[in-house]
Design a protein. Structure first.
Length: 435
């Protein structure tokens, strides 16, 4: 069975598409609007700090090209529906007699037999809610059940129960990171620790955003390329250019857009992309794609629609400046919407992460790092967003934001916990996942 790619509904976060399994009939009113109206204003900072290290270099053109792939997490049936439902009955029996370990194994087995069987997903979610204390996953799985089968009566009841609680839990996460952001804004940004950590984080940022696409340079090598522009023996020109391109794009974005509240235009996005890809390929750097691309199983919109979709994206971006969407949510949505369009032949992932970070930096957050060790989670969350529930991706970005805030805030522990964490990242340079 294939998964369709529903259009995201940006205000509701959860969109239930109308594709149905053979057992389901479409339902006219979809049960979804989870948007909360916000009274808080987020963009009222007068002087926001800047989290990039000081630079007196003018940015210069660089050269590269790239590939991004969202791996296809295809759902594969390992058994028939009949088998899955049989196992499910057994799982429920064990659950009801409190043999939870056994029940869990059977639920998981049923899921592996038929990963998209609505009853299996819904019952497993009930199990997670009742016995694993995992309301967030349970709620996501109720949404997933309803995506597959909009009139699934049990899932509708379940979702009704969990929706508002989960919304509240998500809100609390935003409150938590806002508090950390405010703490960080009030720190002295001229002290040497702060300068030092900005620099460290800058190199980590460049390293991970190219490593996630398959660049094999270590953190130390990345730093050397940026700082000295010297060649690392045994590494390709392309890999050097990917690093120099990111450095150039970041500095350009920082100088040109971060401290300006004027709305981003399509031209601006092309300018950023031009730096990311460099000037060696004047055809594709800074221009929208003119042919179809394929990203695993995901087929982005046809090239003929890209310009229109990008204009819509830019309009959304502008409009959201005026609404009270939380900046971290906006950043995650901007990333998702952009990658969904996939407007370029190359460099889409890196440009998406830059735009996300632009939103964050404009709102006084440090740019987030998506660590290469989190690559598969990152792609999985994007895939889940494609399937109709963007909240897991937003939560993932929230957790990345909190992590980087902690790195900046824990100056006391910098030499112990966080530095260790950063160094263990530096050490694991052999774990490259080939694309
Ligand atoms: C980023 O912008 C700030 C503020 O304008 C500036 O002081 C800093 O040098 C810039 N850093 C980089 C790497 O561009």
């Amino acid at each position: 069975m294939s998964i369709s790619m529903p259009e995201q509904n940006e205000t509701s976060e959860v969109s239930v598409n109308t594709s149905v399994t053979k057992k389901c009939s479409p339902k006219s009113d979809s049960p979804t609007n989870t948007a909360v109206s916000r009274t808080q204003k987020y963009n009222d900072l007068t002087a926001i700090p800047n989290f990039l290290p000081d630079s007196n270099e003018a940015e210069e053109p660089v050269y590269l090209d790239e590939r991004i792939a969202i791996p296809n997490l295809k759902y594969k049936n390992h058994g028939t529906e009949e088998e899955a439902l049989k196992v499910l009955q057994l799982a429920i029996k064990f659950k009801n007699s409190s043999k939870l370990e056994k029940a869990k194994k059977l639920f998981e087995h049923a899921l592996s037999l038929q990963p998209l069987q609505p009853d299996v997903i819904n019952s497993y979610a009930e199990f997670l809610e009742e016995h694993a204390n995992d309301l967030i996953t349970a709620d996501h799985l109720y949404v997933k059940t309803l995506t597959l089968c909009p009139n699934h009566s049990k899932a509708l009841i379940n979702r009704n129960r969990t929706m508002s609680i989960v919304e509240l839990m998500d809100e609390q996460e935003f409150v938590k990171i806002d508090k950390k952001r405010n703490d960080l804004i009030n720190r002295n940004h001229n002290e040497s620790f702060m300068k030092h950590i900005k620099k460290e984080v800058y190199f980590l940022h460049i390293h991970h955003t190219v490593a996630i696409e398959g660049n094999t340079m270590s953190l130390a090598e990345t730093r050397k390329v940026v700082e000295t522009k010297l060649v690392i023996p045994g590494k390709s020109i392309r890999e050097h250019n990917e690093i120099l391109g990111l450095d150039s794009a970041l500095r350009f974005m920082n100088q040109t857009y971060v401290n300006h509240s004027r709305p981003l235009s399509l031209f601006d996005i092309l300018q950023i992309h031009k730096r990311v890809l460099g000037h060696v390929d004047p055809i594709s750097a800074g221009s929208l794609r003119e042919s179809q691309v394929f990203v695993g199983e995901y087929v982005p919109p046809p090239a003929s629609e890209v310009e229109f979709l990008m204009e819509q994206f830019v309009d959304w971006f502008k409009m959201e400046n005026m609404t009270h969407l939380h900046p971290v949510k906006k950043a995650a949505l901007a990333h998702y919407k952009f990658i969904h369009i996939h407007p370029f032949m190359d460099g889409n992932g890196r440009t998406a992460r830059l735009l996300m970070n632009l939103v964050l930096m404009r709102a006084g957050y440090p740019p987030v790092i998506i660590w290469k060790k989190d690559r598969s989670v990152y792609f999985e969350m994007l895939q889940i967003a494609n399937e109709g529930d963007i909240r897991p991706f937003i939560r993932f970005i929230v957790s990345c934001t909190e992590y980087i805030l902690d790195v900046f805030l824990n100056d006391g522990e910098y030499d112990t916990t966080y530095l260790k964490a950063l160094h263990s990242e530096m050490a694991c340079q052999t774990d490259l996942i080939p694309l």
